[in-house]
Design a protein around this ligand. Sequence first.
Ligand SMILES: [Ca+2]
Length: 138
Amino acid sequence: MKHYFGCISACNVTSSDPSGTFESPDYPFDYPPDSYCQYLVEVIDASFFKIEFRNFQLELATDFLHYGSGTIPDVTKALGTFSGSRVPDPFVVQGQNIWFLFTSNSERNYQGFSLKWDTKRKYNDHKVQKTSKIWRLR
Ligand SMILES: [Ca+2]
């Protein structure tokens, strides 16, 4: 695998931006073996996060992307876990914080994932729920 410094995505990222993207390490090239990458977004006045995937290709049942609410990535408290090559449907997480934890085992590395997050602020809550099919509660 070739490395291009300056344009490959990093492991372990924290953001306070109301919208942005996360990608698996080295994306769009294959992720490295034995990855353990934490991604955290904290937006003080956010009420919801909406997550949409642009791409998703992980080795099924051995490489995983977990997500949850809060500031400390913890697999045991994950709200969901994705693996394999089916692109997950968009989903919504309530709150001011969302984390992702990407793990891969020691063999067979795929392209990984690219996801986009967006937030809605607290004062928009009732409007959002009435007018959008995407911004629904699970
Ligand atoms: Ca693997």
